[in-house]
Design a protein around this ligand. Structure first.
Ligand SMILES: [Zn+2]
Ligand SMILES: [Zn+2]
Ligand SMILES: [Zn+2]
Ligand SMILES: [Zn+2]
Length: 368
């Protein structure tokens, strides 16, 4: 009897979580559907989706965390119809204080700005959104930026929670990336400002997010440059490329191999596949960085979840020959002892890419 009761309760919580996430994904779809004809609805739906993803993330920890506590409501924000952002504020606080998994400040700023616009659209005539052309461009750019941070959270630090939905998330991501023409308009609008930055000595490079030549370098690191993109507003790090080469085992000539698009030797057309790269890299990059002890020196990649070891120490950076991401740390997981890349805190306090399924199953079994 007792057992039955527990499994029913569990099922119910899982259903609720599933409904929350599906709802969040629906809002993203309708937000994209509305972009052309109803850009204001688009921003309202997009913001709802951010809140739902946050709720789902909190709920995966404990269901009570999504219930807003009335004593925290303020009369001031209530009067301006601002109670939705109270939820956002609360969720952000709970992520930090209860889950010990703070949301990056830049993401918070972008989510809050979008929340303010959402409230202004819902409650007041929002002057910035009167002109329909300006509307679409600013809406797309704002959502583009917010999506960058939401997507980043969902596929990295929140990935264990949303693993079952990653296919849908990828579909949404591809839809979002197709809104290119708005980005191009925005780029044309701010080109004079970019030019001024250049003339005053700033370095401008291609933004890896919107692919526009509008990323103003803020800081140079040995692994790449920190930048802020003037088009899409994203701050990120452009990971330094490598021109490292491997010798072709057919024609003997060297070729640059760290390239997603490479399929054949550029000299003799020999097919270069994952197995070829892996074998050749094991030979050429036969040790890790100075932190590696004896034993395995090729790491599993947390960025692409490749089932084979795919991260080699190439040109001074850990580099994955499956997804061609670089610059992460590689460590031995204290939980399962596998050699992996990833965020140090996540590995230490939760799990690594190799043991996260087991750790999650353990948590589900023991209840929270
Ligand atoms: Zn950009
Ligand atoms: Zn060749
Ligand atoms: Zn990878
Ligand atoms: Zn592990």
């Amino acid at each position: 009897m007792g057992h039955k009761f527990i499994s029913q309760r569990k099922q119910k919580k899982e259903d609720m979580f599933d409904a929350l996430v599906k709802n969040a994904i629906d809002f993203l779809d309708s937000s994209l559907d509305d972009l052309d004809k109803r850009p204001k609805n688009s921003i309202v739906d997009f913001y709802s989706s951010i809140e739902l993803f946050l709720k789902a993330r909190l709920m995966s920890e404990h269901w009570t965390l999504i219930i807003s506590r009335p004593e925290l409501a303020s009369i001031d924000s209530f009067q301006v119809g601002d109670f939705h952002s109270v939820f956002l504020d609360d969720a952000i606080k709970r992520m930090k204080n209860i889950l010990n998994s703070p949301i990056p400040q830049k993401a918070i700023d972008v989510f809050k700005a979008l929340g303010e616009h959402r409230n202004q659209i819902v409650h007041f005539a929002h002057t910035n959104y009167q002109n329909i052309n300006a509307t679409k461009v600013s809406v797309v750019v704002e959502q583009w930026c917010a999506w960058h941070y939401l997507h980043e959270l969902i596929v990295t630090s929140w990935a264990p929670v949303f693993d079952d939905y990653l296919e849908e998330i990828t579909r949404i991501h591809n839809r979002m990336m197709r809104q290119k023409e708005f980005i191009a308009i925005r780029f044309a609008e701010i080109s004079p400002q970019i030019e001024i930055k250049r003339k005053s000595g700033s370095e401008v490079e291609v933004c890896s997010h919107c692919k526009m030549n509008a990323a103003v370098v803020a800081k140079k690191n040995h692994w790449g440059n920190d930048y802020e993109c003037m088009v899409c507003g994203v701050t990120d790090t452009s990971i330094k490329n490598t021109e490292a080469t491997l010798p072709c085992k057919s024609c003997g000539k060297d070729f640059q191999f760290f390239d997603k698009k490479l399929t054949n030797c550029p000299h003799c057309d020999l097919v270069i596949d994952d197995d070829y790269l892996s074998e050749a890299c094991r030979e050429k990059y036969s040790e890790g960085d100075g932190w590696c002890d004896d034993g395995e020196w090729v790491a599993y990649c947390h960025a692409c979840h490749c089932d084979e070891r795919s991260v080699f120490y190439i040109d001074g950076l850990w580099s994955c020959i499956s997804c061609f991401d670089r610059g992460w740390q590689a460590v031995s997981c204290p939980n399962c002892d596998e050699f992996v890349t990833g965020d140090m805190d996540t590995i230490k306090y939760f799990a690594c890419v190799r043991c996260e399924d087991d750790v999650r199953a353990g948590i589900a079994e023991n209840g929270i």
